[in-house]
Design a protein around this ligand. Structure first.
Ligand code: PEP
Ligand code: MG
Length: 542
């Protein structure tokens, strides 16, 4: 039965604008022909398979080219799995045993089940690879694969969750998106934010929506209103700039040369997070210092004016770097990651720092370097010594674990800056795996426990004489960015698409007003209450 007009479904909103559209459930994809044997020409089947893999790899390249920092890295990693020679060889063995090219490839991918079992991150990758195997088979069988979305009209697409590869199929008719699962740091949310598509994620009640119903996606109100129209949309506070400059600098997050060029078209004050692992995801052997330095030089040269904060490689968990041998445990959230990996691959870290130094000298840019996933003060100090001996950098770390958040005082005189990664910090603070879509609500940045920990981090950093910033997704929310400034952070770094909105917000208040708003956030006891009390406080200032 269709939901009554006026019914409100709640979740977590992504974006600042509301949109009205017709519900469109994303249909299961076209059915492929069943398993079949070939007519006997083994060589022709091999050539067909090679060609089809090549076709799908080229499709991934296209997706990767137009994708932002996060999805590009996923497409790169998928392409490597797809083109793996071992996988091709095992498909050839199936062809030699009589299966046609399409069946052989699906069988070869399915046989990876056992090798990938028990590791959530690898299982997720295997699910993506199975989707690609279907695409290879579809190409061989001449079947179109895709989401088959309408191309005209205004639709709000609804689904369990969407992968970055799915977003490539979005047409201009997709004006909004609702997912039953997902969370604010999920790939869907990050991509919708960068494409400016209003979305509501983590909304299990959306299961009751039916095709054809008009709905209003109201991300600022964290809701979907059945039958709603624009007049019901929760208005994002319109910040009227009172000064030319924001009360604290707003920097941009980048992960590639393309992102760097894009960031330079915004008013970002430099780069607050350069995720370097993207540069290594498609390398099968460790690249030379010269090769790395060339990439860094191009990216530093293109970056927006201001300091550039380069994060050393954060491989592990959902970011596999092929030439680093990374052990996987049962829980991907506790795999070796970031700086811990450099204990096993120290030369790689040294080479990376040297490459960045070559690029720094070449471009004359101001470079800060930081290490990810630092757990203890001694790790931070070890990294600082290494980085200072490698180049003329300001040196810092990311604060992404509760353990280092409690050790800031021990870093006085050792570090120049810290940058808080709220995506991982929330994951470890709330024991809510970032890749488990069901735990999205705990990853909401408005959780008061996170706000209180952020306050402690900012205060301790100030006492220790260390500059502090925030570069997780939380800093891309304009109202939350005001809270961050009020808590005492010295800068924020946001996705390029949000830099303008975050700057406007931070130019509309004084530092004193931001402090008052932060006090309101600190007094809250639930995430909903925290957000609404802050929005009320900001509205009364406007
Ligand atoms: C974070 O954890 O908040 C962060 C910025 O790092 P990443 O999203 O790359 O893990
Ligand atoms: Mg992180």
């Amino acid at each position: 039965m269709a939901l009554a007009s006026g019914t409100i479904l709640t979740g977590l909103g992504v974006g600042l604008n509301s949109v009205r559209g017709e519900v469109f459930w994303v249909k299961p994809q076209a059915t492929l022909p069943g398993p079949a044997k070939h007519a006997g020409d083994v060589a022709a089947e091999k050539a067909t398979l090679r060609g089809a893999i090549h076709h799908v790899a080229a499709y991934l390249d296209e997706q990767s080219l137009g994708a932002g920092e996060t999805s590009a890295e996923i497409f790169e990693a998928l392409k490597m799995l797809l083109e793996d020679e071992g996988l091709f060889e095992s498909a050839i063995a199936e062809i030699e045993s009589g299966w046609n090219a399409a069946t052989a490839f699906i069988v070869a991918v399915d046989s990876l089940d056992e090798a990938f079992a028990g590791d959530a991150a690898l299982e997720e990758r295997l699910a993506d690879l199975k989707g690609l195997a279907r695409r290879v088979a579809a190409h061989i069988s001449g079947i179109h694969m895709g989401l088959d979305l309408p191309t005209t009209g205004s639709y709000v697409i609804v689904g369990d969750d969407f992968s970055p590869a799915d977003t490539a199929w979005f047409t201009d008719a997709v004006v909004g998106l609702v997912t039953l699962r997902g969370g604010p740091t999920s790939h869907t949310a990050i991509i919708c934010r960068s494409k400016s598509i209003p979305a509501l994620v983590c909304c299990p009640q959306a299961v009751d929506l039916v095709d054809g119903t008009q709905v209003l996606v109201d991300p600022v109100g964290d809701r979907v209103v059945v039958g709603g129209d624009a007049s019901m949309a929760t208005k994002a506070i319109s910040f009227v700039a009172k000064s030319l400059d924001p009360i604290i600098p707003v920097r941009a997050n980048i992960g590639s040369l393309e992102d760097s060029i894009q960031a330079a078209t915004t008013a970002a004050n430099g780069v607050g997070l350069f995720r370097t692992e993207l540069l290594y995801l498609s390398e099968t052997t460790m690249p030379s210092v010269a090769k790395q330095a060339k990439s860094y030089t191009e990216i530093l040269r293109a970056a927006p004016e201001g300091p550039i904060v380069v994060r050393t490689v954060d491989a592990g968990s959902d970011k596999p770097v092929p030439f680093l041998d990374l052990p996987h445990g049962d829980n991907p959230a506790s795999d070796l990651r970031g700086f811990q990996i450099s204990k096993a691959h120290r030369q790689f870290l040294i080479d990376q720092l040297e490459s960045i130094e070559v690029a720094r000298k070449e471009t004359g840019r101001e470079v800060w370097v930081m290490a990810p996933m630092i757990a203890t003060a001694s790790e931070a100090i070890e990294f600082a010594q290494l980085a200072r001996s490698a180049g003329e950098y300001k040196v810092g770390i990311m604060v992404e674990t509760p353990s280092i958040a409690m050790s800031i005082a021990d870093l006085a005189g050792k570090l120049d800056f810290i940058s808080v990664g709220t995506n991982d910090l929330s994951q470890y603070l709330f024991a809510a795996d970032r890749m488990n879509a069901g735990q999205g609500a705990l990853l909401n940045p408005w959780q008061p426990e996170l706000v209180r920990l952020l306050k402690a981090i900012a205060s301790e950093s100030e006492k220790a004489g260390i500059t502090s910033g925030v570069c997780g997704e939380a800093a891309s929310d304009p109202a939350f960015a005001i809270v961050l400034a009020g808590l005492g952070f010295n800068s924020v770094s946001a996705s390029s698409s949000q830099v303008g909105a975050v700057r406007s917000a931070l130019s509309a208040v004084t530092l004193e007003q931001a402090h008052q708003v932060a006090q309101v956030a600190l007094a809250a006891t639930t995430a909903d209450q925290c957000k609404s009390a802050v929005l009320d406080a900001l509205a009364s200032l406007a």
